[in-house]
Design a protein around this ligand. Sequence first.
Ligand code: LMR
Length: 487
Amino acid sequence: MGCHQNPSPAGHKRGLPGSEYASYDNCPTPLVRSSTARADATDAPERGGRRRHRQPVPAVVNNAETSSIAAPLNSVDLAPTGQHCPRNSLMFEHLDTAPPDAILGLNEAFRNDPNPDKINLSVGVYKDATGKTPVLDCVKAAERRLIEEEDTKGYLAIDGLPQFGQLTQQLLFGAEHELVTSGRTVSLQTPGGTGALRVAADFLRKKLPGATVWCSKPTWVNHPKIFEAADCQVETYDYIDAAGVGLDFEAMLSSLQQIRAGDVVLLHGCCHNPTGIDPTPEQWKKIGEVVRERSLLPLVDFAYQGFGESLDADVRGLHEICGQASEAIVCSSYSKNFGLYSERVGALSLIADEPAAAAAALSHAKVCVRTNYSNPPQHGAAIVATVLADPELRAQWEQELAVMRDRINSMRNRFVEGMRIASPDHDFSFIAAQRGMFSFSGLSPLQVDELRTKHSVYVVTAGGRINVAGITPENIDRLCAAIADVL
Ligand code: LMR
């Protein structure tokens, strides 16, 4: 292993002259540098009084594997691994700025845009007709109850609130489903669906080393990054057709059939992100058959339950996959369907062939959690559990969810109609058939760029992904005119 820094040209330039390792970036191992080296350096205040080493520090390295005198670890010492490796006294200043996140980076750019007419269709967040991301009434009611009844802020268990896990399984499969009643499914509360994916990635890397994670092409831009961050190998399977408007099911099936047995296939349970294009129930059945026949491990990312057709209809693919495979992983999220984005509420569910195997899998997933964020936060999960466990609040939630879903679908139709008028030569009718928050508009990176720079309209570059949930009656005409202008 190297020093966990990517080689960077800037870092190379700024390294120690004449040194074998021209910079920290090139260092083959982390190192322990003795405190003597720091004491020898000439410190002088620079950059507004901050003290820094004026000269590169000579390489005085304390190698803890060959020396019994280990230097005391302090703010600049790193763990011993056994090789001499000179470096400058400061590390952060050798770092190049990381590129902004492909989705959340746009949000930041949007915030900094002074145009009062700017439109943000980048990050997947629901907005109501007035452009606000509301707190659901059922959530407010649950919070009032929690404030009254909560009597401790003690740590939760590593796997979170037990009731939350059970209620999540019931929402995913139904209370009477064999996967729930048999004990073959175990669930952990996680910080959002992304947290569930990262715990799953760590779990797979440790317990299924060598397996490749296969993502649809295209997929949520963060999917490969999450698995690669856990050191998993990532590949893609075919998904969208050449025209970019529908599923190429033959190509998808054929690429799934070529995946090595034992590998992991990541499927979007409903409301595919970024395309909004889902398989039909018959297609899900065939996908399930291939997953079973090829002995693939399905990982279902299920972040939009209730945003497609309904809570019940949206689980069809999930049931097909988990019904056919003897083992499965489900990463679900309450960010969207409860509007609990900032509370970070999600779940990781592991499905095994028998309850003892599920319990063993849970124990290993808990190790991943403990060594990552220790245990999850309480508030958001307590809200979800309160709502799902109370028939009245649950009914209210289902109603509020239906309002969000219907508004998105009506905006889809208005958008198609708006584009028909603004740009009659271009057919956007395929967008009406897509489901969930997103649409893959097919706008090129250049067009996306022009939309942003000329019209302050923010959409995700890859595929021109549009968050339909951000379109409002107030911004739709401007949006259609801006898109027509860049086509
Ligand atoms: C999205 O795709 O925009 C959402 O899932 C939010 C995110 O974290 O990227």
